[in-house]
Design a binder for this molecule. Sequence first.
Ligand code: FES
Length: 330
Amino acid sequence: MNISPFPQREASPETIVRVRVVKREQAAQNVWMFELQPIDNPTLAAFDAGAHLALHLDGGVRQYSLCNGPQDRKVYRIAVRREEDGNGVSRHLCDSVRQGAEISVSGPFNRFALVDGQHALLIAAGIGITPILAMALELAARDRSFELHYAGRSSAGMAFLEQLRQHFPSDAHFYAPDIGDGTRMTLERIISAPRPGHHVYVCGPSSLIESVCVEARAKGWPEAQVHFERFQAELPIAQDGDRAFEVQLRSSGQCIGVKADETVAQALERNGIYVNLSCGSGVCGSCRTGVLEGEVDHRDYFYSAAEQARHNEFTPCCSRAHSARLVLDL
Ligand code: FES
């Protein structure tokens, strides 16, 4: 079979642009879909399935996956679940941001891209369906083999259910108490033994991601064939036992102390050095910075385990040092 590789792109440079909400509609119970169009330039930045957009709102920066299929590049399309808890950003978006509103965004970024392969096993729960939908549409457009498993608490809360049913009547499988006989998604059953060229992609609550990783590991899947996306950092950035260390700048040799209770980004800022900050929690990669010497204490969700082990880049918004000093490529 002639396999054309999926385009791979690094995260876009951090540039904040203004976009207008050109459409807003309810996609499911407690889920709203927004279509966003750049105001000054109608051309969207290029992106692939799995990409997300960072929305810069009054309550903070939040990342939302793009649900667009590959032929659908006139607007950025996101879906937002209205969360009762949290910092209120999703409530603000769902309750107050109407058609015609303007907001600031950066990206798209993509750390969840499809990789070249023979078959994709797509697994989603809840709002995690958004990047998985884009992946399914892209795989279908490329006539590539995949199967999709999508679980929810009820069919009413499952965004894009009808679209998926129509597009993928045989490749998509749905699980909710009110769907069919109420069969639950059973990872033990849907994750079989690994095969060369097969890849697993999962997006949803961290409990689902952990369960998929555990099941895949138990069945012998190599780490490089299991891909997942988290949006919200769930570990606290500060941890007991954090200690001070220092960073040295390659360009000037200047050494800057990082206190036990501050981030590297904050220490740099105290000294008039600014890195691009977006999520501030190790998710988006906007602040990534080269490391020339020292051992990083990675606390991000941006790098894979293999990338973290190289200790040649880190995210100064949250990561620290195991060594007494890091020399930064700044
Ligand atoms: S600002 Fe997002 S990873 Fe550092």
